[in-house]
Each structure stands twice: as structure tokens, then as C-alpha cells.
Design a protein around this ligand. Structure first.
Ligand code: PDD
Length: 282
């Protein structure tokens, strides 16, 4: 297709023409928030929940929401319609805006609003059938991981460590307790039950956290959020990750050791099927 069209501060324009001033506080301080929304058959999936999280992130850092819900819906529908792919993912970012460099919030500036949509590439058959490898590291991020902030250095370094180890994700631990992946929520299955970490200031409330609760309820799978100790993670029958872009994926190797029997398990299989059904039904 011809070049991707993006939205920037009220305009739709080709990606290569989109420019922001270097004094944008997103560039200078990482002072902004973002969302990543999957789009299936042209329709944003779980969009209400994504917009609610966007509003919470903005409120948490004191930026006025530049649009109400219908404003965001219109903008994103317009963006999607400018691209040929049936399945896309929309990236939305709001920063505090452009001002002379000073840590404190400047008065009277307008937030920078950016959105782009890319083709949605689902995880490969090989990833689904073999599962992916993960490593573990201490969680060295700040204490507001509930805010979907563009300040992602801790996440970036964790993901890079995974990539350098030939793995697809890094599971992070604080004081021996699982938090989340560098860009995903992490799940374990034990005796056919699904367990995830509680969502609080240490863990982003992934939109798939609520989705998995619904999928488990519909499939008759026991679902609990509770603190998970490192030893439990290594003793799990199955491990999985979820995110907007990777949906649900089995983790079959952790720090070089097989998870369970080293193959994607039955709980993953059921959740994968339920996920596909939910996409079709949405
Ligand atoms: N990240 N935790 C972290 C730290 C994440 O970055 C993400 C997703 C999730 C899962 O959230 P959700 O189910 O809403 O995608 C959990 C996105 C995909 C990203 O940064 O690209």
C-alpha cells in the first residue's frame, strides 16, 4: 500500500511528513502516555476499556483528556478507514506538549496528540505451536507501572536482555514476587486453573486481564489474581503471556528450562480458542 497515514494534532498526513518540535516533553522527559488497541475486521477490540485506561493514565499525570469518548472513537475510525488491512493495531499517544525545558508542568500548553495504525501481524503458527522462550530478571522499574507511560526505559532494557538471550519476553520479579512481562501480562496454569498477578501500582492493568477473566468464566476455567512467588512460576504446568499485539501466547522455556512438559498446554489451547471466538463475536 502507499504510505501509512497518521494523525498529529488535528491533521491526517503521511508518516514521513509528521513532525514534532524537539522541545516536546514526550521527547525531552518521556512526559506522556500511550495506548495500543487491536483492530479486528475494521473494529477496535475492547475499545471502551482501552479508552477508559487512556483516561486514567492521563488523569494520573495531570494532562487534560484532549477528546471525549466519541471524539476518540471518531478519530480512530477515521484513521482505520485510511488503511487497507482488515486487522490493524492503533497506537495512540498524548504528551504534555511543547515548552521550554523545565521539569515542572508548564502553564497554558496544549497536549500533543498522535495516532497511527499498522497492519496487525498475529503471532506465527510456530510461536503458537512451539511456544516462546522467556527469561527472568529483577523488576527495576518505578512504582507507577499502572500508568501506561511512554517512559519505558526499564521495559526496553528488560526486553533487550530477553532478545539478547534469544527469548521473546522477560518476566520481572520484585522481592521474589512476579510482576509482569516487559510488554505483557503473565499467567500461570496449575492443575487446570489460571492464576495471574493482582493489578496494582506494580502491574499494568492489561486490557487482556479483564478479557481473560471473561474467557475463563465462559470456558469454566478457575481464574484468580494473587501474588505469585518465583518458585511457583518455575513449578507451573503452563505459562502464558497476553498483550494487545501478541494476544495469548504460551511460554514453553524459562531461563533455558522447559515449562511443564515444554509444550503448549491444554489451558493455553482453550484460551486461544476462546480468544478467537471473542474476536469473531466482537
Ligand atoms: N504493551 N504490561 C505491560 C508492561 C505492557 O506494556 C503491556 C502491553 C501489557 C498488556 O496490556 P494489554 O493487554 O492492554 O496490551 C502489560 C503494549 C502492547 C505495548 O507497549 O506495545
Amino acid at each position: 500500500m502507499s504510505e501509512q497515514i497518521v494523525y498529529l494534532n488535528g491533521e491526517f498526513l503521511p508518516l514521513s511528513e509528521a513532525r514534532i518540535p524537539v522541545l516536546d516533553r514526550g521527547f525531552i522527559f518521556g512526559d506522556g502516555i500511550y495506548e495500543v488497541v487491536p483492530v479486528y475486521a475494521g473494529r477496535p477490540f475492547r475499545f471502551t476499556q482501552h479508552l477508559q485506561r487512556l483516561a486514567r493514565s492521563l488523569q494520573a499525570i495531570g494532562i487534560d483528556n484532549p477528546f471525549d469518548e466519541s471524539g476518540w472513537r471518531g478519530l480512530v475510525a477515521d484513521l482505520i478507514s485510511r488503511h487497507p488491512w482488515s486487522d490493524q493495531f492503533v497506537y495512540m499517544q498524548v504528551t504534555r506538549g511543547v515548552a521550554k525545558r523545565d521539569h515542572a508542568f508548564p502553564k497554558g500548553i496544549r497536549p500533543t496528540v498522535f495516532a497511527m495504525s499498522s497492519e496487525f501481524i498475529a503471532p506465527s503458527r510456530e510461536q503458537r505451536e512451539q511456544g516462546v522462550a522467556a527469561i527472568t530478571l529483577p523488576d527495576e522499574r518505578w512504582l507507577h507501572c499502572d500508568i501506561k507511560s511512554v517512559s519505558l526505559l526499564g521495559n526496553v532494557l528488560a526486553k533487550q536482555a530477553a532478545v539478547e538471550a534469544g527469548a521473546a519476553e522477560c518476566l520481572m520479579f520484585r522481592d521474589g514476587i512476579l510482576t509482569e512481562g516487559s510488554s505483557s501480562n503473565i499467567w500461570m496454569a496449575r492443575h487446570g486453573k489460571v492464576v495471574g498477578s493482582p493489578v496494582n501500582h506494580l502491574v499494568l492493568e492489561g486490557i487482556r486481564v479483564g478479557l481473560l477473566a471473561d474467557l475463563c468464566a465462559a470456558s469454566g476455567i478457575d481464574y484468580t489474581l494473587r501474588r505469585i512467588a518465583r518458585e511457583e512460576v518455575f513449578a507451573a504446568d503452563e505459562l502464558m503471556l497476553t498483550s494487545a499485539t501478541r494476544e495469548v501466547l504460551p511460554i514453553t522455556r524459562l531461563d533455558g528450562k522447559p515449562v511443564g512438559d515444554g509444550r503448549p498446554g491444554p489451558v493455553y489451547q482453550r484460551l486461544f480458542n476462546a480468544y478467537q471466538d471473542a474476536k469473531r463475536a466482537a
